[in-house]
Design a protein around this ligand. Structure first.
Ligand code: CS2
Length: 499
């Protein structure tokens, strides 16, 4: 028997054959203008910004605003191939305790892979049709020294792009050259919109692009500074990495053959600073909040949501747990996360109309969602980029205010312990994913008793924290206790207030 006979392969032509349970685009995709070019089409972008656009396209009386993906890395070829094979359509599966829904997203209509044709990638962004260039290139993708906040001007890829402006390998080089061509052709600029979890993500990308342009082309630097808008934004939707089991389940449950679906939670939020230089979609019609100052939202989300993810990541990986919901189902861990949030709360900004207590409660519920299988390896990945953005600023501010940093310092210790030990409590090797893994695991091994060698890594810890004896002592205490009492014993002691 052909078990595939009832399955439909995802494509434009097959949309009408899908089960009525699957929501499909009810607009003419051939009419879409590729006004957005998006760098970094991964699970998160496909579950978030592209969904908002898809929602908008189903409404009447809006521009036919579509988007084109742009892959910066050769490894993005996998996503391009998967999407191209199905007319750039893909499925978003929303899962919660009350069930799952599947929906095909149609807002993405093309994809350019820069390593295959750099000029085509630049020309795509330089085209008059392009009005926004948006990015989800991960927190570590901005060529910023985490400790000082400075642009990594000496990075070999940046130096390559300065010498080869027409064949750049970095996002910065590609965007700068596209803007350069627009300025020379007398075209309006596009807005550059970062959608990564960085505080002031618009400010960061602006700073980096200006610094990059100043190296070779001061006239371009001025033009960008005078003409280009860089809105800040807060983006939120927990989106695990897609697994083979997810692909199989979309096929079995919905009869849909999709090479790369995305599984996510029902919740989503997008708060955008309303500064655009070449128009924008009417996102406010589909639930995005367009406001003038997003900083308090960004800080609240990063310190509580992303910070809590870090709090569970390394302790959870060491214990070991595989999924976030398993961590939340453990009474010791969930109490620890609750107390972690309490410790962070004094440095969470107050926002009119937003209850921090309710926000925290909703996070606990979202983390506990047992159906999305969010991976501990995912939230533990790239700690060297995440810790300085989502955890250390809270510690600095709490110390300035004389607040408690006990649990937050233990999270720092747990990261060092995780890197240095390299195995979990069952002696199984940890799957450490970090661009700086080789270098940092060597340092962390030397820091298992005295954290100073690790805290001396300025590009992670900066100058201020390592000079604070109270902080250094707390991290040292955390390391000692993890070595002596293990993860559960340490958490118990900390929660009992005896550490
Ligand atoms: C996570 C985020 O990468 C991480 O460690 O904290 O991807 C998180 O799931 C998203 O920011 C949620 O919006």
């Amino acid at each position: 028997m052909d078990t595939n006979s009832s399955k439909v392969r995802l494509s434009n032509a097959n949309l009408g054959m899908l089960s009525s349970e699957v929501q499909v685009p009810r607009y003419d995709r051939s009419q879409l203008q590729q006004h957005t070019v998006h760098l970094g089409v991964g699970g998160f972008h496909r579950a978030h910004q592209a969904v908002y656009l898809d929602d908008l396209l189903t409404l009447k009386g809006t521009e036919r605003w579509g988007e084109c993906g742009l892959g910066v890395l050769q490894s993005d070829g996998k996503m391009r191939d998967a999407l191209k094979g199905q007319d750039y359509l893909y499925t978003v599966v929303e899962r919660s305790a009350s069930g799952q829904t599947a929906r095909v997203i149609g807002s993405l209509v093309d994809y350019v892979l820069a390593p295959e044709n750099r000029d085509a990638a630049i020309e795509k962004m330089a085209s008059p049709e392009t009005r926004i260039v948006s990015l989800t290139i991960t927190e570590g993708g901005y060529f910023i020294d985490e400790g000082s906040g400075d642009f990594l001007v000496d990075h070999p890829d940046i130096q390559h792009d300065v010498r080869n402006p027409a064949a750049p390998v970095t996002s910065m080089g590609l965007i700068a050259e596209a803007l350069n061509r627009r300025s020379q052709r007398g075209l309006a600029p596009f807005t550059v919109m970062s959608c990564d979890n960085l505080q002031g993500n618009g400010h960061v990308i602006k700073k980096v692009l200006l610094a990059f342009s100043s190296l070779e082309n001061p006239a371009l630097e001025r033009w960008i500074s005078d003409n280009v808008a860089f809105p800040n934004s807060m983006v939120d939707r927990i989106t695990p990495a897609t697994t083979a089991a997810d692909i199989a389940s979309v096929s079995e449950r919905f009869g849909l053959e999709d090479a790369w679906p995305v599984v996510t939670e029902p919740f989503r939020q997008w708060v955008i600073e309303d500064t655009f230089c070449n128009g924008r979609p009417q996102w406010e019609r589909v639930g995005a909040e367009m406001i003038s100052d997003v900083a308090p939202y960004e800080i609240m989300k990063m310190r509580l949501l992303n910070g809590s993810h870090l709090a569970m990541a390394y302790l959870g990986a060491l214990f070991p747990f595989t999924y976030v919901h398993e961590i939340m189902a453990d009474s010791l861990f969930s109490l620890f996360i609750l107390k972690f949030m309490e410790e962070v709360t004094p440095v969470v900004p107050k926002i009119n109309g937003v209850s921090v207590a309710e926000y925290k409660q909703s996070l606990i519920e979202r983390f506990a969602n047992p159906t999305i299988n969010d991976q501990v390896t995912r939230i533990a990945s790239e700690g060297s980029a995440k810790i300085p953005k989502w955890l250390l600023p809270s510690i600095v501010e709490l110390l300035d205010q004389g607040g408690s940093t006990n649990l937050l310092s233990l999270v720092v210790a747990s990261w060092i312990f995780y890197l240095g030990r390299g195995v979990n409590e069952r002696d199984q090797p940890l799957d450490i994913i970090d661009a700086r893994r080789a270098e940092l695991t060597v340092v962390a091994r030397k820091a298992l008793i005295d954290p100073c060698p690790m805290l001396a890594v300025k590009s992670v810890f900066g100058e201020k924290l390592p000079a604070n004896p109270h902080f250094v002592q707390s991290v040292e205490n955390g390391l000692k206790m993890l070595a002596e009492s293990g993860v559960a014993g340490t958490m118990r002691n900390y929660l009992a207030g005896s550490a």
